[in-house]
Design a protein around this ligand. Structure first.
Ligand code: CDP
Length: 235
């Protein structure tokens, strides 16, 4: 198969800056960006709307396997479609975030989404972010990065991000939600993904880094691993 570039896996806990960093790295390389977390969020939104009990594994698995989840690009921004509806904004609420980590704990849900993620990225020239990209989805990725930051820094970032979307929630409440979701995600990763990150992942603590510094660090690692800035564009 003709590879269109390398595979870059960016994993990390809640609000560690994965999405912003991954999107910008992809843009600079002319690569495809895939937000795997958005897929878990879309399944969660579908389950919430259908009133499905999130602890009913069989019912939630059906919600996942019947969901039409697609990515598209509009004015240079990644959009996520659920059963034909643009849910890019609707999946960003704290309620959907919480539900997403419940549906993500169900093995059949993971199986279905991991298969799709693998299909979407296997041609290369892709940056994918999530929790298990370097460990499960693409264990052979040329570059694996694990982004982390203190819980306080992550809470501040998520709080500011929600505020720009018109969602007001007190900072201590945001921090509590993040810690709770971290704990649940950690359990899922330990039980189903063989840990937080791959042995060969590059761990970057972003607590004191700007987005630009994170992006530049990852770009230079990507160039070392065979990516080319002038590579073929997937956009
Ligand atoms: O952006 P944020 O860190 O809030 O989370 P996200 O990347 O949008 O992912 C939402 C949830 O989906 C996570 O809390 C995980 O429970 C789940 N997830 C997962 O299990 N595996 C992935 N590869 C990506 C997300």
């Amino acid at each position: 198969m003709d590879r269109q570039g390398i595979i870059i896996a960016i994993d990390g806990p809640v609000a560690s800056g994965k999405s912003t960093t991954a999107r910008e790295v992809a843009r600079r390389l002319g690569y495809l960006y895939i937000d795997s977390g958005a897929m878990y969020r879309a399944v969660a939104l579908r389950a919430l709307r259908l009133g499905v009990d999130l602890t009913d594994e069989e019912a939630v698995s059906a919600v996942a396997s019947e969901a039409g989840i697609y990515f598209s690009e509009k004015e240079g921004r990644l959009r996520i479609l659920l059963d034909g509806e643009d849910v890019t904004e609707a999946i960003r609420t704290p309620e959907v975030a919480e539900a997403s980590s419940h549906v993500a704990a169900i093995p059949e849900v993971r199986e279905a989404l991991i298969l799709r993620q693998h299909e979407m990225g296997q041609a290369g020239g892709v940056v994918m972010d999530g929790r298990d990209i370097g460990t499960v989805v693409f264990p052979d990725a040329e570059l694996k990065v694990y982004l982390t930051a203190s819980p306080e820094a992550r809470a501040r970032r998520r709080h500011a991000e929600l505020r720009t979307k018109g969602i007001e929630s007190p900072l201590p409440e945001t921090e509590r939600q993040i810690r709770e979701r971290d704990a649940r995600d950690l359990q899922t990763q330990t039980l189903q993904s063989g840990g937080l990150y791959a042995k060969d992942a590059v761990v970057i603590d972003t607590t004191r880094l700007s987005i630009q510094e994170q992006v530049n660090t990852i770009l230079s690692l990507a160039l070392d691993r065979g990516a080319r800035t002038s590579g073929p564009s997937r956009g």
